[in-house]
Design a protein around this ligand. Sequence first.
Ligand SMILES: Nc1ncnc2c1ncn2[C@@H]1O[C@H](COP(=O)(O)OP(=O)(O)OP(=O)(O)O)[C@@H](O)[C@H]1O
Length: 336
Amino acid sequence: MIQVKQLQKEFRIHQSRAGLGGAFRDLFSREYKTVKAVDNLSFTVEEGEMFALIGENGAGKSTTIKMLTGILTPSSGDIVINGFVPFKEREDYVRSIGVVFGQRSQLWWDLSPLESFRLLKSVYKVDDAEGEKWLERLIEELDIGSFVSQPVRKLSLGQRMRCEVAASLIHKPRLLFLDEPTVGLDVLVKQKIREFLRNLNETENMTILLTTHDVSDIEALCKRVLVMDKGKLIFDGLLSDLKERWGNGTEVSFQMKKRTKASELRNVLGDMPCTIEQINDYSLRVQVPRSQEMLPFVLSTVMASFDVSDVKIMETSTEDIVRNIYRTDGEVANHA
Ligand SMILES: Nc1ncnc2c1ncn2[C@@H]1O[C@H](COP(=O)(O)OP(=O)(O)OP(=O)(O)O)[C@@H](O)[C@H]1O
């Protein structure tokens, strides 16, 4: 579905000189700096994959999405998506993709989403009977029926975002790009959008690419993750591998029925390489290393030896993982 080979994008940025004299000199000769926003990016994606592109601010995610959607022309390298070269065959290509930019709207502000949907239907020349059935399904699954006839400017962010997702899918594309689709939304709306996307991927085999800063988006939706840093791809693989290699392990909190000291827990866990922290007289936190087999052992040993009233298991967040990758970025280049 997607083939990207040695993709590069450079921007030439004007450098302003300092002070009044500098501004005066700028009038006659300008200084420029070249920024490599995307640097030698290569990856392939099969039809029906749902994957995430992550990285810190300025890593090059938006520039990549803009090249993949045909908005920007690469400085060099190749992109072939669904048989099209995006920036060369834009008109035909955009009929096969849907795009949601979390920060920008594709709905008409003074019209209702429903009117925008109808306009988009005629822009994309969507077949009427089938298109209407598809639209009904989008309205139902995104649960937007109760406000789809109100002007967009009167909708809340969460309501509008669900309408944006519907608008991007009016022409039933094979591929959907979402740039920060859940930014600023509350938990319930996030959940609704995620559920919808999962269902779309399963029932329509739609290929979905997501960029996000919200780690729970990735955990809920994607097995595969691409991590970018300073324009380069530094990891391409399973989220589970990413966690195994760069995660901090698992944190388990035990709430005890009786007063329990960290030293008592240490006695039963023996030489197990985990750290134990006393939270208060009745609760303790155990940091279990990455190895998968250790967690069941810690849980069963502690439960068998103490009167435990509650247990909470917390996995390392993907944000921690990305931070860990950045700390060792010299080493990770080999894993992309
Ligand atoms: N139109 C442009 N002109 C000049 N430089 C640009 C332009 N667009 C992006 N850049 C630069 O390219 C680099 C990558 O930017 P990009 O927006 O792709 O990052 P990002 O990973 O999407 O970041 P964020 O998470 O903040 O959106 C940055 O250094 C940015 O300043």
